[in-house]
Design a protein around this ligand. Sequence first.
Ligand SMILES: C[S@@+](CC[C@H](N)C(=O)[O-])C[C@H]1O[C@@H](n2cnc3c(N)ncnc32)[C@H](O)[C@@H]1O
Length: 373
Amino acid sequence: MAKAEQDLKSILDGGFNPREFPWYEPDLAEVPQPAKKILESRIPSEEVLDHVKKVRDRAFAVFPYPCIGAFRFLDMSVKQSPLYAEILERLKSGEKLLDVGCAVGQELRQLVFDGVPSDNLYASDLRRDFFDIGYDLFNDHDTLKSNFIMADIFDDNSDLVKKLTNRIDIVNAASFFHLFDWDKQVTIAKRLIGLLQDKPGSLLIGRQVGRVDPPPPEQKHEAGQHYRHDPATWKKLWEQVGEETGTKWEVEAWMEKWAGADSMMKTFHGGLETFKLRFTWTIHINAINGILMVNGITKQSLSIDALDILLGNYRIIGASSHTPHQMRELIEFSQSMVPWEAHMATFDNIAGIQKAIELLENGKTAGRFGIIF
Ligand SMILES: C[S@@+](CC[C@H](N)C(=O)[O-])C[C@H]1O[C@@H](n2cnc3c(N)ncnc32)[C@H](O)[C@@H]1O
């Protein structure tokens, strides 16, 4: 008997009975697509179904989460995102994704299957055992180069914080936020902001169990230990996070029916108050650690609150155009500081002035021009 199966046997012999959990589905008729295709690329197709059931039982014995008992880890979440094409392109060109609360890490395998270099991918979970089980499930110990980091999301000194602060472009959080109450979800949101790069375009995507008419979060007792949102409360949570961190977000959330292998959601919860809440959330403007740029002479004097400087909310950098030969420095300074907002078209010689005037007069642009000579 292989070691993994021996371990499982000893857990079961120790009295763990998965069937005591209502969300444990003893059987699986077939492995849904696209998970099946990914598994068949590494395991003989006639063995896939049995293999998935066996490995699922090992994962369930590590911790009996409904997402494992109900085979929800076969529901590839990132691929269903409306932004999937963009996500693939961004990751293929070197951006980095973190799957937080990854469990067996199926999302990474989907992305790699679709051509993303595995070393652009990170995954993190409280339980290391899930990482090994994931390697066994997908039979890819020898090829997957992704970085798996064991960490408690609430630990300020974890390896996750040490290694990935401000380094990630896209976070996936699937069936994760709903494990916690409102206040802890706020803490997680702030943690993820810290991991994401401090620039517009940084993205959080995910899905979780939602519900119709969630109680107001202020009613702590009704809100409970596992706050389940509808799109309105999800947006409200991010408004709170925005206010508390001085950041702005574009949040989109919508409801879907659960489908796929998860018959618990289809039959047990189907038609009741539960639904799948999917979301995307993009950094819009980030004011944390910003740089206030002062070019030339302002029409009115600027008023600056010393407390903001003290708290590091922004730094001030100034530059003056003075004489023409200093213009190049000024323009390059402008572009390097806020490339996403102060986009500036530049012309490399003085004749560009005429071209810029024509474009402005014809109403073809409202942009900014710099003439470098
Ligand atoms: C319900 S599972 C979801 C797994 C996977 N994202 C999916 O959609 O199939 C939640 C995962 O979060 C992890 N988790 C729970 N509490 C955590 C914490 N405090 N820090 C990090 N991960 C945690 C669990 O170990 C588990 O793997």
